[in-house]
Ligand binder design. Structure first.
Ligand code: ARG
Length: 271
């Protein structure tokens, strides 16, 4: 199958102030040191890959004291020219919401302030016309209702059940987000039985990923419909994608995984 690309426009935040100094997910161990120069190199390898693929990259200024701000995907949900703001579950990340909102406002998006707790594209992913929204750890069902009101789209709630896959983007990937050619990958065991049934019904062709490969955050990837930017260490998943006609671009973001994030987490899509 020949795959075609679609244009991507993204927002990224340099890991200048990244460290692991608190624990809000099971990946985070403040006693394990992070390497500031290595994390910068790894993040730059992601940025360089996007540049090579012709992705339109925008940058937000990193703020001191907000070590998780590098995970730009959590900053908002941006679609149809509207930015629905993030309202973070944990106090440590709460100041990030307004910083992302300010950036988006000055970039010309119509900013709608969330009333309900939600962590942006960490939990809210669009495939075709439909929004898939995670809940169980971070974003609330109330935020899914707000999404329906703000975007006027169908929103499918998916309950997450495993603490190490606390955000939807750690266990669900959008391989092709275009209407008519929707394709996803996911880790079934990260979802409640109801959510798995819903995913099976909607995506009978989905790529299913193994435990061990999801465990390197292999599902935390970015695709333009033909090129998949994903982590090293998931040989079976990589082969499955190549078999389906995708070109894979493998990166090592091990330092960012210490915070519980990967490629997608560092990337907010602007639509
Ligand atoms: N330490 C961050 C947190 O727990 C990691 C966020 C990862 N981002 C993501 N989109 N999954 O909030």
């Amino acid at each position: 199958m020949t795959r075609t690309t679609y244009p991507l426009s993204v927002l990224m935040c340099s890991p200048e102030h990244y460290t692991v100094e608190y624990t809000i997910n099971p990946w985070m161990h403040p006693e394990v040191p992070t390497d500031g120069s290595l994390v910068m190199k790894q993040w730059e390898s992601l940025r360089d890959t996007y540049e090579r693929l012709g992705v339109d990259i925008n940058y937000i200024e990193p703020a001191p004291g907000l070590p998780d701000m590098v995970y730009a995907a959590n900053g908002a949900t941006v679609m149809d020219g509207i930015a629905y703001t993030a309202s973070f579950r944990y106090v440590e990340r709460q100041p990030e919401g307004p910083l992302y909102a300010d950036w988006l406002r000055s970039a010309g998006f119509r900013v709608v302030e969330a009333q309900a707790i939600n962590e942006g594209e960490g939990d809210i992913l669009t495939v075709g016309a439909t929004v898939y929204a995670g809940t169980g750890f971070r974003s609330t069902l109330e935020s899914h209702q707000e999404l329906r009101e703000v975007f006027g789209r169908e929103v499918v709630s998916l309950t997450l059940v495993r603490p190490e896959f606390y955000h939807l983007d750690t266990c669900f990937s959008v391989l092709d987000g275009r209407e008519g050619s929707e394709l996803i990958a996911y880790l079934p065991s990260a979802f409640s039985p109801d959510a798995v049934a819903e995913l099976q019904r909607r995506f009978p062709d989905a790529v299913l990923v193994d435990e061990d490969e999801a465990g390197v955050l292999a599902l935390n990837l970015v695709s333009n419909g033909a090129d998949v930017v994903m982590p090293v260490g998931a040989a079976k998943f990589t082969a499955a994608l190549e078999e389906r006609g995708f070109r894979t671009h493998l990166l090592d973001l091990s330092e960012l995984r210490k915070g519980g994030g990967g490629i997608k987490c560092c990337t907010l899509t602007l639509r």
